[in-house]
Design a protein around this ligand. Structure first.
Ligand code: SF4
Length: 331
């Protein structure tokens, strides 16, 4: 295929990323070319990042009852989805999860709360937890607290958080189809705010919500404009009771194409497996993604669904001879 011949010759030699038109051609390649595409994405990942894979674990510190109406989310109070609901967890529970994360070999721990944005009380609880985890572990502490004000972002920066996670969720053009209680621009604004403060940004999205391929690539290039250090790639795990409950899961082949396209569009950004990989890719596809551009993994459980046991991921990385390590920021 001409596009692959061209990119195999130029991407590594020139250390460049692909442009939107090239991405379009890549996702249109026939299935027979998928192994070659994944191989190219893997070579690019190795060139920029080597073989290391970063592990992160997260805790849903405040779950359910969210006022927003994100159509994929079982934590929204707008839907009748069976999900846990609890206020901010006691500090000793958060600390116990952080200690278990450190023991698993992961280097980062993310505190996630289900809100549009934190109020003063929640900020105090989060900041106390960040201090305690810093005092008791050597983990990098990340936070995902929704839309922030400037003083809140300053407080998180002063607390020394490593990354702020705030996903765009999907492309700007598709966003109004899945959320009406806030805008894509509000999300992008928080992303810009945290980067302007010198906090590293972790921002990605969810594939499989009914967006077109064009919109998947739109998301990739919108993220490139925001310049995150890390992109978590989720594949929709349709939650019963949400408007997405009946959607089919993304086909493994399409998930792998998307992984390769994101890697080649953002070669210097950590690309992390996040939610949904188990049902979309299974064990075999998980391995193929790690050999097709992925270089970081969320281990353990997700916010409202179970992931693979951390041991299974560690065994797979061992088998692939990919060492677990903390990766530096975008290079
Ligand atoms: S994705 Fe976040 S903001 Fe949206 S409903 Fe779920 S918890 Fe709330």
């Amino acid at each position: 295929m001409a596009i692959l011949d061209d990119l195999e010759g130029s991407l590594l030699a020139e250390k460049r990323s692909i442009e939107p038109e090239e991405a379009r051609q890549l996702v249109d390649l026939p299935a027979t070319e998928l192994p070659r595409l994944l191989n190219l994405a893997h070579e690019v990942r190795r060139r920029w990042w080597g073989e290391g894979v970063e592990l992160e674990s997260l805790i849903s510190a405040k779950t359910g009852g969210c006022q927003e109406d994100c159509a994929f989310c079982s934590q929204s109070m707008h839907y009748d989805a069976p999900a846990q609901r609890h206020a901010f967890l006691p500090l000793d529970e958060v600390l116990a999860a952080a200690r278990a994360t450190e023991a698993s070999g992961a280097s980062a721990f993310c505190i996630v709360v289900a809100v549009r944005g934190p109020d003063g009380r929640l900020m105090d609880q989060v900041l106390r937890a960040v201090d305690a985890i810093h005092a008791e572990t050597s983990l990098d502490v990340d936070c995902s607290l929704g839309i922030l004000t400037r003083p809140q972002a300053e407080a998180l920066r002063d607390a020394g958080i490593h990354h702020y996670n705030h996903n765009l969720e999907t492309s700007r053009s598709f966003f109004p189809e899945i959320v009406t209680t806030h805008t894509w621009e509000e999300r992008a604004e928080t992303c810009r705010l945290v980067t302007s403060m010198g906090i590293k940004l972790c921002s990605g999205g969810i594939l499989g919500m009914g967006e077109t391929w064009e919109q998947r690539l739109e998301l990739a290039f919108e993220l490139r404009e925001l310049g995150p250090d890390e992109i978590p790639l989720n594949f929709l795990n349709p939650r019963p009771g949400t408007p997405m409950g009946d959607r089919p899961v993304v086909e493994a082949r399409d998930a792998l194409r998307a992984i390769a396209a994101f890697r080649l569009a953002l070669p210097r950004t950590i690309l992390r497996y996040a939610g949904g990989r188990e049902i979309t890719l299974g064990d075999l596809g998980t391995r193929e993604g790690l050999l097709g551009g992925i270089n970081a993994v969320i281990v353990g459980n997700y916010l409202t669904t179970l992931g693979r046991p951390a041991d299974a991921d560690l065994a797979l990385l061992d088998d692939l001879k990919m060492p677990v390590k903390a990766l530096s920021a975008t290079i």
